[in-house]
Design a protein around this ligand. Structure first.
Ligand code: GLA
Length: 334
């Protein structure tokens, strides 16, 4: 068991932003002391997604989400809500009438309102910020929005409606639009266009979540900086919501590594160091940095996108000991 002689990450960045981790019912046990010592915010990895909470029209399952909220209370951690509207992990019942025919716009939006009232209402005391809409922008091409059941059924309006419903359900919650490839100039400009049009319509959106599923080579730091500047120019607050630093380029298929080589850990340390130096420059607009996990014993990047391959994306190793990247962050700031 780690006795934590190193400084706490949340203390290192106490003047800058919250430091968060995605958790699940297993990791709040296996990583409990690490989470309590180093982090001051959590996000449910899957347990607050639509299909987890609301598998059928008349059935809500709150058990696992409640466990995570109780963990946050036990350790006085802030909690982000993730996520209300997404094209994935959402039951097909939502888009169908009872008869099986496709649902119309009115029915879909009525169901969305009821879902948001119930879920956002339930966690009002626990959750200070929600990812209201996740990944609505198309990565490629000139279309702004990605094709989805949401778009097909309700038209582009579903986005503004989701924010309005969430604001009604909890006027104190900070409401975020969240997406990946957020630093890619083409997608960044589309995300900006969407956010600007929401703000111009008076939609209650308060922040943009940069998922930040990055690797040692991409995105370029200049692109991250340009994205931060562009989003911040809208007057929104920014959060990194799902940060991890894969050791592999996205299209790298290698599966030969059984442990992380020292040279890659050094590159990872340099990358984290320059990244956090940049984030600190923008501490006035960045309010939280959440990792999509906490330590290398558990990451969604194990077996994804390459089966049979482990990854080591975090600041803490499989035993929860600080990695070279942690030392660089703590050294520079501590
Ligand atoms: C997206 C979602 C997250 C999670 C990751 C993969 O980034 O926002 O909830 O599902 O994919 O784990």
């Amino acid at each position: 068991m780690n006795s934590f002689t190193e400084p706490a990450l949340k203390a290192v960045f106490a003047e800058d932003f919250k430091i968060g981790a995605a958790v699940n019912p297993r990791t709040i046990i296996t990583q409990e002391s690490l989470l309590a010592y180093h982090f001051n915010s959590i996000t449910a990895e899957n347990e607050m997604k639509f299909e987890s909470l609301h598998p059928e029209e008349d059935v809500y399952r709150f058990g696992q989400a409640d466990e995570l909220a109780a963990f946050a209370r036990k350790h006085s951690l802030a909690m982000r809500g993730h996520t209300l509207v997404w094209h994935n992990q959402t039951g097909s019942w939502l888009f169908e009438e009872k008869s099986g025919r496709p649902a119309g716009k009115e029915l879909l939006l009525a169901r969305l309102k009821s879902h948001i009232d119930t879920v956002v209402g339930r966690y009002k005391e626990d959750i200070y910020a929600w990812d209201v809409v996740n990944e609505a922008i198309a990565d490629e091409g000139s279309e702004l929005l990605r094709p989805s059941k949401w778009l097909e059924t309700a038209g582009p309006d579903f986005i503004a409606k989701a924010f309005e419903f969430a604001h009604e359900a909890d006027p104190n919650a900070l409401l975020f639009y969240n997406d990946y490839n957020e630093s890619n100039p083409h997608k960044r400009d589309k995300i900006y266009t969407l956010l600007k049009s929401l703000l111009d319509q008076g939609v209650p959106v308060h922040g943009v979540g940069l998922q930040a599923h990055w690797n040692l080579y991409d995105p370029a730091l200049d692109d991250v900086r340009a994205a931060i500047e562009k989003y911040a120019s809208l007057g929104l607050q920014l959060q990194l919501t799902e940060l991890d630093m894969s050791l592999f380029r996205f299209d790298d298929r290698r599966t030969d590594l059984k442990s992380p080589p020292a040279d890659l850990l050094e590159l990872q340390a340099e990358r984290y160091e320059v990244l956090f130096r940049l984030l600190k420059e923008y501490r006035e607009v960045i309010s939280s940095v959440t990792f999509w996990g906490a330590a290398d014993d558990y990451t969604w990047l194990d077996d994804f996108p390459v089966r049979g391959r482990k990854n080591w994306p975090f600041l803490f190793d499989e035993q929860h000991a600080p990695k070279p990247a942690f030392a660089r962050l703590a050294g520079r700031n501590g």
